[in-house]
Ligand binder design. Sequence first.
Ligand SMILES: Cc1cc2nc3c(=O)[nH]c(=O)nc-3n(C[C@H](O)[C@H](O)[C@H](O)COP(=O)(O)OP(=O)(O)OC[C@H]3O[C@@H](n4cnc5c(N)ncnc54)[C@H](O)[C@@H]3O)c2cc1C
Ligand code: SF4
Length: 332
Amino acid sequence: MNPFTYKRTTDKAEAIREVAGKTDAKFLAGGTNLIDLMKMNVQSPAELVDISRLALKKIEEIPGGLRLGALASNSEVADNKLVRERFPVLSEALLAGASPQLRNMATVGGNLLQRTRCYYFMDPAFPCNKRVPGSGCPAIPGYNRIHAILGTSDKCIATHPSDMCVALAALDAVIRVESPRGARQIPMTDFHRLPGDTPHIDTNLQPDELIVAVDLPSSPLARRSRYLKIRDRAQYAFALVSVAAALDIENGRIKAARLALGGVAHKPWRALEAEQVLTGAPASAQSFAAAAEAAVRGAQPQKHNAFKIELAKRAVVRILDEVANMTTGGAA
Ligand SMILES: Cc1cc2nc3c(=O)[nH]c(=O)nc-3n(C[C@H](O)[C@H](O)[C@H](O)COP(=O)(O)OP(=O)(O)OC[C@H]3O[C@@H](n4cnc5c(N)ncnc54)[C@H](O)[C@@H]3O)c2cc1C
Ligand code: SF4
């Protein structure tokens, strides 16, 4: 048991002050990831600042979109009428994750910062460059069925586990954060990092920055969007491969496309080349197959996960077909 102090506050400024300048203090939201990792001795912060009662739970309309408070629960976001109507991919992604009980506790901010489910990272008996920089990566020579096929490095091949984040990447979400230095916004695609030589740094968020909200820009694309998650069990399992897709279609032609993959990389993987293939193309099986090829171009499988390449291609084709056949209503 590692001793730690616990402080709960209802004041945002106080929460930010409390963590500022300390390397071993952490915000605590729903606790569904951080507390597990503390129990397993994977993370051992000296101070927890409980932010779960801050007034950051609102889901509200803003000019041009919707704002999700960082402490809105995964259930509240998934069930929200505006989210379901205007951003169905996000609702579907959230409902594909965890269990109802966990979704009631898990928050938007905590979901963005959940750590990888790499078995070696989760077990301190093994070395791991993400847990202890420079100690090595046993997943590369080891059992790597759940690991990444895109954007890997010789230091880490972990995947990002979140479903929600894959949808946020496809929706061009913007993360709003605050710290003693003021407020800033981080585009979702710049929020998570590839492992490179620093796999211990998951995101571009600074340790003292508090996520306060996530903004979702409305668009015709967002209304015509869906999420597909492929996993070992039908429920309560992380994605082997997942796809968030959004299409704007006019007269059978794709005006704009967004495609993001989960379970394949250290961050939600925006398939930009595939989006280019789709833009201007007819909404046809041929275009979807070409996009699927583009989505996994450059993939480098490990010993046990080459199946993910074919799985990802089939998932892309299936979800694009479903999105193309969606009926959507109302203005963006
Ligand atoms: C059994 C199990 C199954 C699961 N299955 C899935 C699944 O299928 N798909 C999926 O996507 N997820 C799944 N999850 C993960 C779950 O979604 C995350 O644990 C959850 O989203 C984390 O949110 P939280 O509020 O509990 O975060 P916490 O555990 O409280 O915090 C996580 C991290 O975020 C930081 N943090 C939290 N809020 C903020 C903030 N506002 N600003 C700055 N830092 C912050 C904390 O300091 C901590 O480092 C599963 C979890 C469990 C336990
Ligand atoms: S893949 Fe990354 S998280 Fe997993 S053991 Fe290697 S360094 Fe650690």
